[in-house]
Design a protein around this ligand. Sequence first.
Ligand code: FE2
Length: 375
Amino acid sequence: MEQRTQRAVDPHQSLHSETGGLPGEHPGRSHDPLIKTVGLAWLEFEKPDLAQAERFLADFGFTVTDRTPKALVLRGHWAGAASLVVRRGAKSRFVGPAFAADARADLDRLASATDTRVVPHRGGLAVDLTDPSGFPVRVVHGVPELPGLPERDPLQLNFGRDPARANGTQRPDRRAAQIQRLGHVAIGTTRFAAALDWYLDTLGMIVSDFLYFDGQRGRGPAMAFIRCDLGGVPSDHHTLAMALQPQTGYLHSAYQVTDLDEVAAAGEYLGERGYTHAWGIGRHIEGSQIFDYWRDPERLMFEHYTDGDLFDCSMQPGWAPMSVSGLAQWGPKATAEFIGARDPGVLLAAIKALTDKGNEIDFAALRGLIKGMSS
Ligand SMILES: [Fe+2]
């Protein structure tokens, strides 16, 4: 009730969350960012067995565009940069994201502000940074883009009063997805507040939705869904999702497919091939995507999604309490498999994070996380 009387200065103008920010809360954007990234270019991973990695990623819906003994490059169907670079490495791990800069001058500005250099990379140019969580963040420009591949059109649906399909049937193939493009990456970090400000100040990203620990709103946000600021051009509700967690690391990455039948039929295909289902099918609240989550053979999580929200720069951040039940509007309850509660390393990580200096994990944060995971 008190929150209602303290109604936001800039009330949240749509349905993506119940309330906007209160006076004095994090504004969700920087007033003077170094650059404004125009999107995720690709994600970089390491895998000990590239042949096994390729089998899963092809079954998940990627197309290999380059293969050497040391690296795989994989793409979606839409024109643009390849979505994944997978290098041979000692263990299976997410390395870091590459973001796209709109102009060479943006790379120059980044390099001079961070005392780094613009270097040649994959036929274009890059600046290599490190975020406060410790992830290497590559910002690229001018990397040659791939032409689009043919893909199936979205199915015509007989919804509403004006049906689109007469004398026709629906026969979506049960096969590997036709991934269109990389959508977002989600990471956990023990240094959430510092990392949040870094992405807003350095890459000019803006927050679509904040989540806070229920009963601890005064401590500030504990998760942010962050998009690119393309001005009046709508962009994905989140390109980066970041959450305060007892351990810093990759949570999942998400790839757009054309429609619900593609999500569902591709999921059937993955299930038939023996892969581990993590959670779905459902529709998220923050971002509204219809989602389905899978794990690769080394337990890294990958998401198929369709029908996500697109916001232009006029949308202010929403604020909502963090809860498992608040992750979806419909669908099965989020599984222990999805939220990582089955991970035996979580307790040890929590103890370590409490004793390590310089991070944002304290007893109140752990209480907030436990409450969120059980509500
Ligand atoms: Fe996601």
